[in-house]
Design a protein around this ligand. Structure first.
Ligand code: ADP
Ligand code: ADP
Length: 219
């Protein structure tokens, strides 16, 4: 089990919004799960709580037996960097860096030197058929290309779990499906679990399981 809300997780934001109401969610190693539900139902909050980005106001989140909720901020940051990968809707690449350095950067921040990190980045570019993008900056890429680079960057760190929040939300339907199919394929190839927040049933269809949030409750 990669991740579990051991005690049901609750999150109350300032202003008394109960964004997560006794949510129990378990993710198996390598499992791919889509989180659907209306806007404001708590999908992003659930993802942020599972990923250790926010601390739930009640309940616990555990990762491989370790209580993430009560870790120090420094330890949670370390865990996020080593075990989790993130893909967002858009805007996550550094505009001034070419694709290869965008992919290499997290590896360098984790201690790899430039040469090692860019060698691994090239392998990922090749593996995903993106070699031609190596020297391009995000401003020179299409939305779909940027998302593929963002996926390569997340997967190159060999995360146990990839958290994706509307990763195809800025793409047309065809490109969105291609990007989602790539994400699921490479995650499966790496044994990474995936939690993807999406409004699009076509995107959810790539996952092995779909859960639905409604008013902070996991259906
Ligand atoms: P979704 O991802 O399903 O659109 P969210 O998790 O973003 O839902 O939000 C769930 C609820 O919590 C909404 O009512 C939203 O307005 C509220 N909310 C989200 N983030 C915050 C925050 N940082 N502060 C206060 N309220 C928030
Ligand atoms: P989503 O597209 O997932 O619904 P939102 O646009 O609701 O996301 O939220 C974007 C950001 O704003 C998130 O970081 C969320 O935590 C924050 N946020 C959302 N609702 C509120 C709120 N009512 N008060 C303060 N922050 C909020």
């Amino acid at each position: 089990r990669a991740q579990a809300g051991h005690a049901p997780v609750g999150t109350i934001y300032p202003g008394h919004t109960l964004a997560l109401n006794h949510v129990n969610f378990q993710l198996a190693e390598g499992e791919t799960v889509a989180v659907m539900g209306p806007s404001g139902s708590g999908k992003s909050t659930l993802l942020h709580a599972l990923a250790g980005i926010i601390r739930p106001t009640s309940g616990t989140v555990t990762f491989r037996g370790t209580d993430v909720t009560h870790m120090s901020d420094a330890d949670r940051t370390k865990l996020r960097r080593s075990a989790f990968g993130f893909v967002f809707q858009s805007g996550q690449l550094l505009p001034e860096l070419p694709a290869i350095e965008n992919i290499a950067l997290p590896m360098m921040l984790s201690g790899a030197d430039y040469r090692q990190a860019t060698d691994v980045a090239v392998l990922w570019l090749e593996r995903l058929g993106l070699r031609a993008l190596a020297a391009q900056r995000p401003g020179e890429m299409s939305g779909g290309q940027m998302q593929r680079i963002a996926i390569a960057r997340a997967l190159a760190m060999r995360p146990a779990v990839v958290f994706a929040d509307e990763p195809t939300g800025a793409l047309d339907q065809t490109t969105g499906r291609e990007v989602m199919s790539m994400l699921i394929d490479v995650a499966r190839g790496n044994g990474a679990a995936v939690v993807v927040v999406t409004h699009d049933p076509n995107v959810a269809a790539f996952c092995s399981r779909t859960v639905t949030m409604q008013d902070g409750v996991l259906q």
